[in-house]
Ligand binder design. Sequence first.
Ligand code: 4AZ
Length: 248
Amino acid sequence: IRGGQVSDIREQPWQAAITVYRPRSQSHNFLCGGVLIESCWVLSAAHCFQEGYNAGRLRVTLGRTFRLQNSSSEQIFDVEKYWIHEQYNDETYDNDIALLKLSSDVGICAVSSPEVLPVCLPDPGAVFPEQTECEISGYGKEEEFSPFYSDRVKQGHVRLWPEKNCVSEKLSGRLVTKNMLCAGDTRNRDDACKGDSGGPLVCQKDGRMNLVGLISWGDGCGKKDTPGVYTRVINYLSWISSKIRSNR
Ligand code: 4AZ
């Protein structure tokens, strides 16, 4: 997260860190963010997995404030299987969504606690008006060209952009589809950045935090008058429920 503030995982208990095992270093390296939506189910961005990793190399860590520090509140899971959206386009990032099933022998994976809690998906008809104040979070870079990811989970505040301004002219010519939404900080400060991909854009509705977007792409991080681009989660409610239904 560029700008924003350091946070405690209890403020974003649905935030996941996805790591991939690298045989050369015999260690797990940070890959992307993710979002816990049910005990055994995590959403992320399809582009995080386009190298085609074997699910057995992936790990999901929940409940950690410090990315590299073990914590008594953490819950770590192997990934049983994951699905990339069938219409994901690796050039335009259209349909940039993936669903991961956590491994468990007993049918229960994440156990709710102050540090680990699934986020709500929006109702199918929910409307989030332009300029709604929302929150993003992740362990990603604090500046576009920083060599490091953040040591600590951060949060940032962004507003939903009017659709009429969410166009390729604001994003160095790259295509913007109906499956994407734009959000940004009116002060040009807070924004998602490299490594935050797959993580949440949440907006409050009726006293609950709803997952409105998945961090997907942008032109740099925190550039003037340039929004971050997010996968429009409400377009995928049927895709998500049918995948969960047929693989429970
Ligand atoms: C990335 O590379 C990335 N400013 C994600 C989000 C944004 C930029 C880059 C939005 O994962």
